[in-house]
Design a protein around this ligand. Structure first.
Ligand SMILES: Nc1ncnc2c1ncn2[C@@H]1O[C@H](COP(=O)(O)OP(=O)(O)O)[C@@H](O)[C@H]1O
Ligand SMILES: O=C(OP(=O)(O)O)[C@H](O)COP(=O)(O)O
Length: 484
């Protein structure tokens, strides 16, 4: 839900002719607390967030040569040819071309991947080259741009930007190479004040040495990354890129009104997002599969006076595993089903499962683990889709699909996911508006279907769930605070 208590944030800055007053650490700390859910958020809809953040055309009158920091959607596995693995990079084209035309010196920064044990963090070298190809211009990569001892941008970066010609595009090397970027992820409440000091120094250094204008064109950058999210507070102007603005204002708003949602996958916290979507009041049918559906399956059985064994999924000995579902999630699922059914929502759940040895069962025993839905469920879902299509009478109602039905990367467990991608095509061809929420669901569409089998596939998974679900998108909260 986008409803919390009421706190108005505004960046601690004012203009002094050409000089921007530095951001104060107290304001950074306030925003961090809001983003971490420690302090209350404003009670705002997605439309209200969007309405409070300037669009790209607000930068139209800035003079040629103005440096602009662009938070770019650079988390891409670039393939050998143009068009391969670069959809997120192409999503920035319109915004970057606007900047080139205006003569801005655009400095793109963003993340690629996550740090993994014993593996160096990825470089943006290929991404920078591909952006250059997409724009038809040279794009330089600036490596080694941050002094991690002082949290300041290295002076050479300022010199490189000053020397760049109007219309230049530069890329800062992977921001996640620096620990400061992900420091908020696991930060305890009492560590936030010193972190806010460091981030304030960093944000002010960006404003002093890189740019005072910030454009966010990174739809998928929905995690609570530090510099990416906080830096706008120190900026003179912020704006939403063309792609982000159109994705939120078009397809995302359509998804808010979806009548059917298909929710699956392994992350049990998606239950909160489904809960929030139910509370919006437009949904009539929920199809759920995968690990996530296990909570609903058990809850449904218990509400009918019975029970349903989930095997290892409910075994506390597996509590460190991603598929583990703790008892409080079953209770939450019970509340959701009871409230949902009271408002007329139909929950369509799996009726059989494929286990590790590929046997198909309708009930599980302790020690069992399901890796896919079984053929009975595939048929059950197909039947319900047919009924849903018929009930809409040709009206273009919305359908939102998130996640996968099993461990589909393994061919032994792909059948359920694969069969349902064909159902998305069936619904689209029947005139429904079908949206896929990026992530693994998007990967499955790529693998088993065609782009035109759905109305739209988002280039971000987590951000879409935030926008539609229980938590606001951190960068929208921050951009609104910065724009105030
Ligand atoms: N039983 C299962 N059901 C669904 N996904 C599973 C299951 N077991 C493993 N997974 C894995 O979990 C991942 C999907 O998780 P999901 O939460 O849908 O991701 P995303 O939010 O990125 O779409 C896939 O890599 C899939 O193989
Ligand atoms: O791929 C991304 O998001 P997605 O998997 O939710 O679509 C983004 O780059 C976010 O990556 P992160 O989850 O490491 O912050």
């Amino acid at each position: 839900m986008w409803s919390f208590g009421y706190v108005v944030l505004s960046a601690a800055r004012a203009f002094d002719g050409e000089n921007l007053m530095p951001l104060a650490a107290s304001k950074t700390l306030s925003l961090i607390k809001v983003l971490k859910g420690i302090a209350p958020r404003e009670e705002l809809s997605l439309a209200e967030y969007l309405g409070s953040i300037p669009k790209l055309d607000s930068l139209s009158s800035l003079p040629s040569g103005t440096p602009v920091l662009v938070r770019g959607d650079v988390d891409a596995k670039v393939g050998a040819e143009l068009g391969e693995g670069d959809i997120r990079l192409r999503s920035m084209k319109s915004t970057l071309e606007f900047g080139v035309k205006k003569g801005f010196k655009q400095v793109i920064f963003g993340h690629l991947g996550r740090k993994q044990k014993d593996k160096p963090i990825g470089s943006l070298a290929k991404v920078a080259a591909r952006i250059g190809k997409i724009l038809g211009t040279e794009v330089a990569l600036i490596t080694d741009w941050l002094d991690e001892a002082t949290f300041t941008i290295k002076p050479a970066v300022e010199e490189q930007i000053a020397a760049a010609a109007p219309g230049s595009v530069l890329v800062l090397e992977n921001v996640r190479a620096y620990d400061i970027e992900t420091v908020l992820w696991k930060a305890k409440d009492d560590a936030l004040a010193p972190i806010a000091e460091n981030l304030t120094t960093l944000a002010n250094s960006f404003a002093e040495r890189v740019a005072k204008v910030y454009v966010n064109e990174a739809l998928s950058a929905g995690s609570l990354d530090a510099s990416s999210t906080i830096i706008p507070l120190a900026m003179e102007k912020v704006a939403l890129g063309n792609y982000i603005a159109s994705e939120f204002e078009g397809p995302m708003m359509d998804c808010m009104k979806a009548k059917m949602v298909i929710f699956s996958g392994i992350k049990i916290d998606k239950l909160d997002d489904l809960d929030a979507m139910i509370q919006r009041g437009t949904i009539s049918t929920i199809i759920s599969a995968g690990s996530l559906a296990m909570a609903l399956k058990k809850a449904d059985a218990q509400l009918s006076g019975g029970d349903f064994c989930l095997g290892v999924t409910e075994d506390p000995a597996h509590s460190d595993k991603p598929y583990y579902i703790p008892p409080d999630r079953i209770e939450q699922a019970k509340r959701m089903i009871a409230a949902g059914k009271a408002q007329g929502i139909e929950f369509v759940l799996p009726v059989d499962f494929k286990l590790a040895d590929e046997s198909v069962v309708t009930t599980m025993k302790p020690g069992d683990q399901q890796f896919d839905i079984g053929p009975g469920t595939i048929a059950h879902f197909q039947e319900r889709i047919g009924q849903f299509i018929a009930a809409q009478g040709g009206k273009p109602v919305g359908v939102f699909h998130n996640g996968v039905f099993g461990m589909f990367e393994d061919p032994r467990f792909e059948a359920g996911t694969k069969a349902f991608i064909a159902e998305l095509n069936r619904m689209t061809k029947a005139g429904l508006k079908v949206y896929v929420g990026g992530g693994e669901g998007g990967t499955a569409l790529e693998r088993y279907g065609q782009p035109d089998w759905v109305t739209h596939c988002f280039t971000a998974g987590g951000t879409v769930l935030n926008a539609l679900g229980s938590e606001p998108v951190p960068y929208l909260v921050a951009l609104r605070a910065a724009a105030n």
